[in-house]
Design a protein around this ligand. Structure first.
Ligand SMILES: *[C@@H]1O[C@H](CO)[C@@H](O)[C@H](O)[C@H]1NC(C)=O
Ligand SMILES: *[C@@H]1O[C@H](CO)[C@@H](O)[C@H](O)[C@H]1NC(C)=O
Length: 415
């Protein structure tokens, strides 16, 4: 009996021991097999992947990495973020030309102005951290965030908590009542101290060497206004896709659109890396000399919320002695959002703004616009006398001149 008990005890111990060992091995193996899934900072992007800094559902800025690099003014190894190969994989030759370009260390400094209203926190933080990561700090005077009365809770204390990582390089301004994009940008600009203003939408990610080509173009001619190529970030997958080279344009309803660029324009010794004349800009991202922005009269202060201000400023730039170019070596990704102005306030603002633009700048071509929008003809647009005065004071040319010289593709007979 004693022996049987001992034997049973021995067997029980053996089984227990075996199970323990098996459990241990199983658990350990699982741990190890999980390990590679833990994201490793600053090395995770293969050549095909998008340059998103973090796509976790909770934003997890990598504190020591960002602040140290920013503090010491080192730009992080570009390869570690994007992989240079990604540049070569797409459109080919024009991007290769960009890799060979060198920019002087002495360039004007930039103030990056980012305005937002109810932006998704992650999208906003990706915008900010991409600028911090991919801009050499000696070119970056500051980042100015203008919160235009956002209602989202996480854009309050939580946002401020995340911004502390960047230690004083970011100014956060909150408007006291809803101002709209146009006014918010002017508020942001009034707080800027850098030489160049760079307006950036709040759901962008700047790409490798994005700022230098813009600063360089303006440093050669302070009346040059420039935009990067706006690449596409998929709104669902956040995949980063290269946009084709195109120029900014509009139809006779003054709605912005992209027009094709002719092959001969990409034919020069610099290939597709040559700046491209652009009759208009989409408005989401552009760089302009701060003094020139002021001399030009900033935005039309009588305009509301947003809509049409990009075309108005484009016309003013060209007709009043400036130039507007797309710089293909600078690329900024932007989440492709569909703007459905379901808000009647926004819709009314857009009509109001377009009418101001038409009555100030279109001269005898107003009829072309009203042929498309007959019901708008009798609508009010406020007092434009200040802007008519500005047009005179700046000695601006006629809309006919603009069509002949800047935008010959837009045939006047075309309706
Ligand atoms: C997402 O992008 C696609 C195309 O780029 C567009 O058609 C769609 O409306 C966008 N969706 C939203 C919610 O913005
Ligand atoms: C329009 O504004 C100007 C000054 O900007 C002012 O002198 C003029 O009286 C205003 N016109 C009307 C009709 O209010």
């Amino acid at each position: 009996m004693k022996n049987v008990t001992r034997w049973l005890f021995f067997c029980g111990s053996l089984v227990f021991g075996l199970w323990t060992a098996l459990f241990y091995v199983h658990f350990h193996f699982n741990q190890e097999s999980k390990e590679p899934e833990i994201p490793k900072p600053a090395q995770g992007w293969s050549s095909k992947k998008a340059p998103h800094l973090t796509h976790a559902s909770e934003p997890k800025p990598k504190q020591p990495i960002i602040s140290d690099q920013f503090k010491k003014g080192k730009s992080p190894s570009l390869k570690s973020f994007l992989g240079l190969e990604r540049w070569l994989s797409g459109e080919g030759i024009c991007l290769q030309m960009c890799l060979w370009k060198h920019y002087p260390a002495q360039l004007p400094t930039a103030s990056v102005v980012i305005c937002f209203h109810n932006e998704e926190l992650n999208a906003l933080l990706r915008t900010v951290s991409s600028v911090v990561y991919l801009t050499p700090s000696y070119y970056l005077q500051e980042i100015i965030l203008v919160d235009d009365m956002s209602k989202f809770d996480d854009l309050k204390a939580k946002l401020e908590h995340y911004l502390e990582i960047f230690r004083g390089r970011i100014k956060l301004i909150r408007t006291k009542k809803r101002k709209g994009l146009i006014q918010s940008r002017m508020i942001g600009a009034s707080h800027a101290s850098g030489d160049i203003l760079v307006f950036l939408d709040s759901h962008c990610e700047v790409n490798n060497v994005w700022l230098q080509p813009l600063l360089y173009a303006i440093s050669k001619d302070h009346r040059m206004v420039v935009t990067p190529i706006i690449d596409i970030i998929d709104n669902m997958t956040l995949e980063y896709k290269e946009a084709p080279i195109a120029r900014g344009a509009f139809d006779w309803d003054l709605k912005f659109k992209w027009d094709p660029v002719y092959l001969y324009e990409l034919d020069g010794p610099e290939g597709g890396s040559t700046p491209i004349r652009s009759p208009a800009m989409s408005g989401g991202v552009f760089a302009i000399h701060r003094h020139y922005f002021n001399a030009l009269g900033q935005y039309d202060k009588g305009m509301a919320i947003w809509g049409g201000e990009n075309v108005e400023l484009s016309l003013r730039i060209w007709m009043c002695g400036g130039q507007l170019f797309i710089i293909p070596c600078s690329r900024v990704g932007r989440i492709s959002k569909k703007y459905v102005p379901d808000d009647t306030l926004v819709m009314e603002a857009s009509i109001w703004n377009h009418l101001r633009l038409v009555h100030v700048w279109l001269d005898e071509y107003k009829g072309k616009f009203f042929a498309r929008k007959p019901s708008w003809k009798s609508m009010s647009y406020g007092n434009i006398s200040e802007h008519l005065e500005l047009r005179k004071r700046l000695g601006c040319k006629s809309f006919q001149w603009y069509l002949d010289t800047v935008f010959p593709e837009r045939k006047p007979n075309y309706l």
